[in-house]
Design a protein around this ligand. Structure first.
Ligand SMILES: C[S@@+](CC[C@H](N)C(=O)[O-])C[C@H]1O[C@@H](n2cnc3c(N)ncnc32)[C@H](O)[C@@H]1O
Length: 271
């Protein structure tokens, strides 16, 4: 099974990119992802005339939706480190005549001028960075004075799962959390925003309920790798999946992933 988390750090020759595209498409369609995206839009609606930056844009779904919302009067730029995603986003946008552009770029060092965007957004990307504060510095740098930022990030340590073996559950949550460099980013974001002088900071927690198939698709490959490394017994993992699968069949499966939508505004004047 593909280790999705690895794929979102760096796509290399061992990565099944079609699986990643499919994963992102499935995620785009889930009610919980649509729910937090609506919260992002409630906090920071798209307005005519804006220049919008989407960092870690993946296959470009949100960048295209934002471009579509206000039509020609916005300009959206999607940036992603992995060229395969940018090529796929460009392919999908090519027939749609939208005011959207996609470029390869690194969130840690944006090749963009200071104070050039009205809105900066990022979703489920800062957790893959070793130093998310550096990426936030970059997002703030490229915002115009008075520009606004909104992000969504998980906090994997806080995942809730209804299983009988609480010790095994804690170990599995820790393994999954440790598989990404900055998994506590969700809880840190308020502080990181305030440390960067952002104003009117708002934090909206979101519990994203997953179904069994989605949960296994996202985390199964990472847990297989933990078995290969000897961090988890093959029998333990088999028992874990068997219990969750049984719960699914009984209609009682429950997994909730905690995440946060966080908003802030760059001051009009720097004191
Ligand atoms: C889980 S995907 C989320 C994609 C998209 N934001 C979405 O919500 O569908 C994480 C994205 O972050 C990108 N990424 C990882 N590290 C990055 C970096 N240093 N700079 C820019 N993008 C990065 C990955 O290539 C991937 O597209």
């Amino acid at each position: 099974m593909q280790d999705i988390h690895k794929g979102f750090h760096t796509v290399d020759q061992s990565t099944d990119v079609n699986f990643l595209f499919q994963f992102l498409d499935v995620a785009d369609a889930t009610p919980s992802v649509r729910g937090y995206r609506q919260q992002m839009l409630n906090l920071l609606p798209v307005a005519p005339g804006q220049r919008i930056l989407e960092v870690g844009c993946g296959i470009g779904t949100i960048a295209m939706q934002l471009a579509e919302t206000v039509g020609d009067s916005v300009q959206v730029l999607g940036i992603d480190k992995n060229e395969v995603f940018i090529r796929e986003a460009q392919r999908r946008a090519s027939s749609r005549n939208l005011p959207v552009e996609f470029q390869v770029g690194d969130a840690n060092q944006l090749d963009l001028p200071d104070a050039s965007f009205d809105v900066a957004r990022t979703e489920r990307t800062l957790m893959y960075l070793e130093n998310p504060g550096q990426a936030l510095d970059e997002l703030v740098r490229v915002l115009k004075p008075g520009g606004e930022i909104v992000i969504f990030e998980f906090d994997y340590d806080s995942t809730v799962i209804d299983t009988s073996d609480r010790q095994l559950k804690r170990r599995i949550v820790r393994i999954l959390s440790d598989s990404v460099p900055s998994s506590p980013i969700g809880r840190q974001a308020k502080r990181l925003f305030k440390e960067r002088g952002l104003e009117d900071v708002k934090v909206i927690p979101q519990l994203l309920e997953s179904n069994f198939a989605g949960y296994k698709m996202v985390f199964g490959g990472t847990l297989d790798k933990a078995v290969e490394r000897g961090e988890l017994g093959a029998d333990e993992l088999a028992a874990w999946w068997a219990e969750l699968e049984q719960a699914e069949q009984n209609g009682t499966f429950f997994v909730g992933l905690l995440g946060f939508v966080v908003y802030g505004r760059k001051p009009e004047t720097v004191i």
